[in-house]
Design a protein around this ligand. Structure first.
Ligand SMILES: [Fe+2]
Length: 231
């Protein structure tokens, strides 16, 4: 398996490039417009052919590279079926499987951070990893106070969908602000301070009292991302 994790330091965003082998078909998850050159260099170095560029949700803190990657590589652009981005060429629904050259990626509808967020399970017959977007973060979870966010739905997505994956499955979030790069489902069940030992009501209380400022980029990023980063 070819696997690269990229980090955008301005927005603390992780982007993932996956292929089953050098020279094979590849997909990328949550690419950032400013990092396009790095993705194209890696695609070139690995000799892979990008077939899918996926956004887990409409990001509010950075502009997506989906449209630029489509133009550069002729890949399809993919989001969940509830995305309002008209530019996206393929919208996946719950349990739909994207198949390519030795890799399967199953879409899971995991609203809560936004009302259109999806997570993606790698090789779902024996789940190895899950790309959780901003719904489940390492020792945290994505804010639920805008873009149709809802703390109750966040709890439901995490506890009743993501936490039903095997404990050993690796968690790859779209962000980390503390220097972590990955986690495991079992570790998040045990050590995530918002979730471990908490009731649904306690989780909702925590999320509803975060009082976070809006992301600095929000007014630019959301409209841009509804156009695949090409306004
Ligand atoms: Fe987000």
């Amino acid at each position: 398996m070819v696997f690269r994790q990229f980090f955008d330091p301005v927005s603390s965003t992780f982007t993932y490039l996956l292929a089953s082998r050098r020279g094979g078909e590849a997909l990328i998850i949550d690419p950032v417009k400013e990092q396009l050159g790095g993705y194209l260099a890696a695609i070139d170095e690995l000799g892979v052919r990008l077939v899918h560029a996926i956004d887990t949700h409409t990001h509010a803190d950075h502009v997506t590279a989906l449209g630029d990657l489509r133009d550069a590589t002729q890949c399809t652009t993919v989001m969940g079926e509830r995305s309002k981005a008209l530019c996206v060429s393929r919208k996946v629904s719950e349990n739909e499987v994207l198949r390519m050259d030795g890799i399967e990626l199953k879409a899971l509808y995991t609203p809560g951070h936004t009302d259109e967020s999806f997570s993606f399970v790698l090789n779902p017959r024996r789940p190895e990893a899950v790309f959780t977007g901003d719904v489940l973060l390492i020792r945290g979870s994505g804010r639920t106070d805008f873009q149709g966010g809802d703390a109750r739905r966040s709890w439901d997505s995490i506890v009743n969908k993501l936490f039903r994956l095997p404990d050993e499955a690796t968690v790859y979030p779209a962000h980390d602000y503390n220097g972590c790069t990955a986690s495991r489902i079992g570790d998040e069940k045990r050590f995530n301070p918002r979730l471990s030992g908490k009731s649904e009501a306690e989780y909702i209380r925590i999320m509803d009292s975060l009082n976070l400022p809006n992301p600095a980029m929000m007014d630019v990023a959301v409209p841009a991302n509804l156009a695949c980063g090409q306004l």
